[in-house]
Design a protein. Structure first.
Length: 192
């Protein structure tokens, strides 16, 4: 059956990508270091900002809410936000300055040295995410990139590159959420 093949292949590929992450010592180390960077920023009363497009915007919002709401533990809120949640802002800045500017402009307004930007792009090439990463660096922020295998142009702007070993957008996104949840667990268990 065609549907059964699609279902089992998607699951098989998703497992294979996660298996490849588990066998990539450099990536595992980078996940750990990215979590430590977030812990230090939060201990220093800095904030964690997330951005992405489409499914990655949903991932940005999901992960920000794990920090600002709660993950496993009943504990104080951590300062985390996804940058796409204000549609009035997005439509105004997209309309007046262009879509590539939507996140960069906000970061120039609110980004502080020591804050963290988690920039999520499966291709690593979305212009608004690249502009965001550049603006974050100009503000003295730490940039954690979540991308696919190649890292794309994002590679040049990341302090920590979490490049999932796949070139398939949905499979990459599934692993972004897995890695994001792992980071949430490390951060929460270290701070509380
Ligand atoms: O969720 C999906 C596909 O799984 C889409 O909404 C996807 O996120 C969008 O096409 C994005 O615009 C892709 O951008 P990016 O990941 O290359 O930065
Ligand atoms: Zn998706």
């Amino acid at each position: 059956m065609v549907q059964t093949t699609i279902i089992t292949e998607a699951i098989r590929e998703s497992i294979a990508v996660k298996q490849a992450i588990m066998e990539d010592a450099v990536l595992l180390d980078t996940i750990h270091m990215a979590a430590i960077a977030m812990i230090h920023s939060l201990q220093d009363h800095k904030k964690i900002l997330f951005c992405g497009n489409g499914g990655s915007a949903a991932d940005a919002q999901h992960l920000a809410a794990e920090f600002s709401g709660r993950f496993y533990k009943d504990r104080p809120a951590l300062y985390a936000e996804a940058l796409h949640c204000n549609t009035s802002y997005l439509t105004a800045v997209g309309n007046d300055y262009g879509y590539d500017e939507i996140y960069a402009r906000m970061l120039r307004g609110i980004g502080q040295p020591g804050d963290v930007l988690v920039a999520i792009s499966t291709s690593g090439n979305s212009p608004n995410i690249l502009e965001a990463a550049k603006a974050a660096r100009e503000q003295g922020m730490i940039v954690i990139g979540m991308t696919g295998k190649s890292g794309g142009k994002m590679r040049a702007y990341c302090d920590y590159l979490l490049n999932i070993p796949s070139a398939d957008t949905p499979r990459i996104q599934e692993s972004h959420i897995t890695v994001g949840h792992i980071i949430c667990e490390i951060v929460e268990s270290s701070l509380f």
